[in-house]
Each structure stands twice: as C-alpha cells, then as structure tokens.
Write a protein that binds this ligand. Sequence first.
Ligand SMILES: [Zn+2]
Length: 427
Amino acid sequence: MTKYFPTRLLVLASIIILLANCQDKEQIHQLVQNRTDEIFDSLVAVRRDIHQHPEMFFKEFRTSNLVAKYLESLGLEVHRNIGGTGVVAILHGTEERKTIAWRADMDAISSEFPDVVEFASKVEGVRHGCGHDVHTTIGLGMANVLSSIRHRLKGNVVFIFQPAEETPVVRVFSGAQAMIDDGLFNIVKPDELYATHISDFPVGKVSMYPGRFFAYLKPIIIRFNLDSDPEAIKKRIEDQLIKFNSPSIDLWEAMGDPKIGIFGDSTLFDDFVCSRVFEAEKDEQEYIIYGQLASSDPEQLIATSKQIKQVISNISDASNALEIEFGEDYYNHYNDPKLSNLSREFIRNLYGATAIMRPHGLVPGSGDDFSLLQENIPGGYYSIGGSNAKKGIISAPHSPNFAVDESAISYGVSYFSSLIIERLNSE
Ligand SMILES: [Zn+2]
C-alpha cells in the first residue's frame, strides 16, 4: 500500500499544477480582455487622429512619429526610420526563448470617395480607404496590452509598422522591401510573423486560410498610339476579356454574396479565372490600358494569358496597339498550414466558434507585400471583419462606401494579443 502513497501524491500534485496552469492561462487572457476594454476609448481616439491625417507611401511622417512616440511611452525598444518611415519596436519578455512578430501597415490611398464620418480626412484626395489606420491602431493596442503583462511573457514580441503597402507591382516600390533592405532582419530575427487586414465580413470574426489566401494574379498592360480612340479600344478589349470570365458574372461583385461569395458553401471562388480592365491613362507618347487577370490555378493563369494576348492582338480596331504585356506577378503570401490551423483553433477555443470565418476559396484581385517579409519566416495573415449590417457599415477596402465598425479594434487587439501569448508559450 505504502508504495502507492508517493505516486498518489505525485498524481495529486500533477493535477494541482495542471489546474493551476489552466487557471493561469485563463487568467492571462482575462487580463488581455480587461486591458483591451480599459484602453479601447483611447485607441478609438488614436484611430480617428490617424484617419484625419492620412499619408501616402513613404510620406507617413506624422503617423510614423505618432506610432514611435506611443511605443516609446510604453517603454519598448524603438527603432525609427527603418526603410523610410518604418518603425520597429521590441517588447522584451522574461526569457530570450522565442520572438513573435506582428506587422501593421500605416499608409493611406489616393481617393476622392466621400469620407462620411465625423472624423473625415483633412487631406484633399487622400483617405484611409483600405483601413490601415485600423491596422496601425490594432498594432499599438496590442503593444499596450502585451507590455502591461510583460513579466508574464516567455519571449520577445516585435512590432513592425510598415510604410507603403499600397503600391503596385514593382518590388522596388514596396515598404516591406524598403524595410528589409534597410536591415530590418538584422535588428530583429522573428521565429514567427503575423499580420491582419480589415475585410468585409462581420465584425467580431477573423479568418486565416491555410496556404494562399489571394488568387494568382497577373497585371495586363496594353499600350497604343495617341491617335487611336482609347475608349473604343477599351470597350473592345473589355468585351473580349469578358469571354474569359468563368463563370459569366463579375466575381469581384460576388465576393460579399453570402451564398456564392468566398465564405459561402457553394462558393464560386474555388476554381475560377476572371479578368477586369481598369481606366486608360495617357502619357506623352501613348495610351495605356491596365487590366488584371486572376485565377485560382497558376497553370490556368498562364494558359489564359496566352489566349488573351492572342485575342487582343486580333482586335482589328486595336491594330494600332503598340504592345501587350503581362507584368510581374502580384505579391502574394502563404499562410503556414500548421500555424494557420493551430492559431485558428486557438482563437476558436478561447473566443468561440463564432469568432472564426472559414473561406472556401481564393480572393481575386488583391495582394499584400507582407509576403516579402514572410519569405523566410513562417506565420500567417489574418483577415478581420469590420462590417456591421445593422449600422450600415460595409468594410470592403477601396470601395466607395468603405467604413469600419470600430469595435473591430477591440476584437483585433484581444484576439491577436492572446494569439501572441500562446505562440510565445508554445514549444
Ligand atoms: Zn490595404
């Protein structure tokens, strides 16, 4: 009998430790939620300040200064002017075990869309029409929350505030690339790297898709003589490109449809090719029409681009087209499947199944240079819902009626702070 006694004691001790760990775990996430609630109003004020003073690529001087000062006030190790206006901040935990990084983008877009909020942009023609003011605020909120429990963090947290995400195709014109070229990864060496972007699904929900989230994309560039009629040529090209839409509806329009959209059970976004044509531009020597080809399958993309080239070449009215080319593929990122599943399950367990949206396909027509930061670091890119039908808020980035339910800030700060704690504590 007696020989079991120590074993029983051991089992009892293990159960007590296990319970204590569980309580500890619950307690730390409760602390995250409490702190998030405490600072929420101040974060809304920060977001509105950034929203009123939007700045475009590599000119984010005011925003960058605001970000750096906020992080310095929390006692973080702050590095300014990385890749232009980029800011890097390190929150040192109790051990040098692991480093988890979080990236937020700070830049605004050129836009004449109405900005129908009390705190509208004060800068003519510039808007936070892609929600980067919200991303920046979520990043600052996470820094605040995590620094309030830094004595409980078993590793370091790195915050990367990036300039110039809203850039076209060329690698040299990317805030992420500029930060890398300026030694970002000499300053910090993250083991994992995460980011988020506002999306048009309901507020309170997040989504991370294992693997790719955006479709394979190619820019189409058609140049032709100044003596041609650009509108007529554009119309002809549009008519031709429509033939390559599969199915024959505008997939971009269908994105938010609950049945056939990206989160619908009968989604059209699991196997598709689609194209669209943008405005024609005129410079001193030629007209240029920009378009875009998107596909869920890279081989389909290559095959269709060859067909499109042939069809456009055959348009008689466009016989004065000078050149048809396909630009460098857009940035795309890759969510590490294991980490995507782990982190999604973690958020589901902690915040409930309703916190998770499951996409069933790839989003056409988007990209993010986060992919450049991710090239050698596993992690992932979360979409976070910002829409609220009851309030008439639709958070489709770059759309004319884009707006964000600001409670997305609270959800983002608590979900992702908890996620970072979990990743720091993992093996
Ligand atoms: Zn964006």
